[in-house]
Design a protein around this ligand. Structure first.
Ligand SMILES: *Cc1c(COP(=O)(O)O)cnc(C)c1O
Length: 396
């Protein structure tokens, strides 16, 4: 059921489903590390690739395959390769497609662990990374060298929700013969389909919205069969593949993704508008607000503003901005103080002292992450209850 005529929410429920001999309606969980063969000749045919079929769950597993087919249909990709986490998806992408001497150009507004992976791990194997503005396509063009092979970006960015123009950066990539990789974790294919806009590869941390209930870790790399060949080759040999159990959780998560993304988005917009009206809030960062500097681009590229809202508090009651921000966080009773996001439960984070705490104060200032900044991963509770929880600390 992967015909393009189906709507996204239909694909999310049906694409990829293969029933076993028992005719189960809900997708089966195949908890088995290996698969048996009818005879030695069949084993031999499978191992040399003459006959398709499962061999060992590090290579393929039917539950994982169903998840891959479903997400591929939703992103409009030829192939999806599932991984153990979002970080192993990025690692597999780099290891599968690059070699020593190649270069990456990356947005400077990407996930902290991705920066760490590029700067401190793959650099040891001779792949260098240059960072450029998330929002200025000309900087990407100017950073290209003859050995540049990959562009890497994330949009909207975390935590300031900067929007990268995927189509414009894809055009630069095409012109230079570079592959554009987009981490689509914050939007999911429900809100944004980077391959339709000219990107070559999509990355997911399935841990976030695809599960949507904060239970398990997983990731995915999606793109053409040609590009996925090397990615899959790395994974099946190196081993950070997705477990069947996690794939089964993600299959169920995808079925409700459309409903959840719509609800996360509606709650976020309402919360962002309310925050803009609070006297102790100086700035609100949300692509769905007309006050966002790239609101027009965001509304062209994404279906909604998404589920992440950040805001800055001012110092009030003789507290420093950091004390004021911590006061807001510590006065909440319902919100979860955690760095995770994409959960039914609303999460609240102080980026300057957690996710961005290990970079220098100068680098933090350059990135626009102030001590008064708070990030909300807006959940599915009634928005009035989220507002009341924040109001307690904001009005003190
Ligand atoms: C969480 C996250 C990752 C890493 O995913 P894990 O599943 O935690 O390994 C990568 N990119 C973005 C944008 C994320 O939010």
């Amino acid at each position: 059921m992967s015909e393009p005529s189906y709507q996204p929410e239909t694909l999310a429920v049906h694409a990829g489903t293969v029933r076993s001999q028992f005719g189960e309606n809900s997708e089966a969980l195949f908890l088995t590390s290996s698969f048996v063969f009818e005879n030695a000749a069949q084993a031999a045919a499978r191992f040399i690739g003459e006959q398709p079929g499962n061999i060992y769950s590090r290579f393929t597993n039917p539950t994982v395959t169903m998840f891959e087919e479903r997400l591929a249909a939703m992103e409009g990709a030829e192939q999806c390769v599932a991984t153990a986490s979002g970080m192993s998806a990025i690692l597999a992408c780099v290891m599968g497609l690059l070699k020593a001497g190649d270069r990456i150009v990356a947005s400077q507004s990407i996930f902290g662990a991705t920066v760490n992976l590029f700067n401190n791990i793959i650099k040891k194997f001779g792949v260098e990374t240059t960072y450029v503005s998330a929002t200025d396509a000309a900087e990407w063009q100017a950073a290209v060298r003859p050995n540049t092979k990959l562009f890497f970006l994330e949009t909207p960015s975390n935590p300031l929700t900067e929007i990268s123009d995927i189509a414009a950066i894809a055009a630069v990539a095409k012109g230079c013969g570079v592959l554009l990789v987009v981490d689509n974790c914050f939007c999911t294919p429900i809100l944004q389909r980077p391959l339709d806009l000219g990107a070559d590869i999509v990355i997911h941390s399935a841990t976030k919205y695809l599960d949507g209930q904060g239970r398990v870790l997983g990731g995915a790399v999606l793109g053409s069969r040609k590009n996925m060949e090397g990615v899959y080759g790395f994974l099946r040999t190196a081993g950070p593949t997705m477990s069947a159990f996690n794939a089964w959780i993600f299959l169920k998560g995808l079925e409700t993704l459309k409903l959840r993304m719509d609800a996360h988005s509606a709650n976020s917009l309402e919360l962002a508008r309310w925050l803009e009206a609070q006297p102790n809030v100086t700035r609100v960062f949300y692509p769905g607000l007309p006050s966002h500097p790239q609101h027009q681009l965001a509304m062209k590229q994404q279906k909604t503003g998404g589920g992440i809202v950040s805001f800055e508090v001012k110092s009030f009651g003789e507290r420093s901005v950091k004390e004021a921000a911590w006061r807001v966080i510590d006065s909440t009773q319902m919100l979860s103080i955690t760095a995770n996001l994409g959960d039914t439960k609303t999460t609240i984070t102080h980026p300057a002292s957690t996710t961005h705490g290990r970079i220098t104060p100068e680098a933090r200032a350059a990135a626009g992450i102030t001590d008064g900044l708070i990030r909300i991963g807006v959940g599915l509770e009634a928005v009035v209850d989220i507002q009341n929880d924040l109001a307690r600390g904001l009005n003190k």
